[in-house]
Design a protein around this ligand. Structure first.
Ligand code: GTP
Ligand code: ZN
Length: 199
């Protein structure tokens, strides 16, 4: 593909290419691409797919660096129940659930909203849950350089629910721990706090 002058030009070009391909898929499955309800579907589907994979155009480390503040607080910071919506790389079907993330600052705290933002940057790509967990973990560890970081993701996979093995209730949990969270007491405190309902 020819080089693009800017992101907008790139987006228009790629949307048109993806739209053509969705049109072909709709035709191949035996539908009439020209009937009223489907007329704009290739374009809508292309825009939706590009939205759901926009993480490839984003830099999670830059997002974190944009809101790091010097602070002496050195206890655990936990953001739990962050909604996660991603696409499994095997079937390109959604998997979705919650992420629970904690870190122990080492001179710097980070703007709270930046943590869900980096979850989205990595989730909006073709993923497996394990790699998504590690992408978030390593990004926080390398950029913020905290005393410790922990990531737990609980998710349901549509490829296991709507098709394939057809299990509606199974939930997959993945986790990663670095620094002080490798110590069992710290890890247990985190796991206890994310499972408690303080409200
Ligand atoms: N480890 C892991 N596996 C995943 C994830 N998402 C989907 N999968 C699995 O990827 C595997 C792909 O296996 P294949 O045998 O190549 O594909 P398939 O024939 O469609 O498999 P079935 O889903 O069992 O019908 C399946 O077992 C999926 O459940 C994920 O995030 N992590
Ligand atoms: Zn899948």
């Amino acid at each position: 593909m020819a080089p693009y002058k800017n992101l907008e030009e790139y987006n228009i070009e790629v949307t048109n290419e993806v739209k053509e391909r969705f049109s072909k898929i709709i035709d191949e499955i035996g539908e009439d691409v020209e009937r009223e309800g489907l007329e704009k579907t290739p374009e809508r589907a292309a825009k939706a797919m590009l939205f759901l994979t926009q993480g490839y155009q984003q830099d999670a480390a830059e997002i974190l660096k944009g809101a790091m503040f010097k602070e002496d607080y050195d206890d655990m910071v936990i953001i739990k129940d962050i909604e996660v919506y991603s696409l499994c790389e095997h079937h390109m079907l959604p998997f979705f659930g919650k992420a629970h993330i904690a870190y122990i600052p080492n001179g710097h705290i980070v703007g709270l909203s930046k943590i869900p933002r980096i979850v989205d940057v990595f989730a909006r790509r073709l993923q497996v849950q394990e790699r998504l967990t590690h992408n978030i973990l390593e990004c926080l560890n390398d950029t913020l350089r905290p005393k410790g970081v922990a990531v737990v993701i609980e998710a349901s996979h549509m490829c296991m629910m709507m098709r394939g093995v057809q299990k509606q209730n199974s939930v997959t949990t993945t986790s990663g721990f670095r620094g002080q969270f490798e110590k069992i007491e710290t890890r247990n405190e985190f796991l206890k706090l994310i499972s408690s309902d303080l409200s």
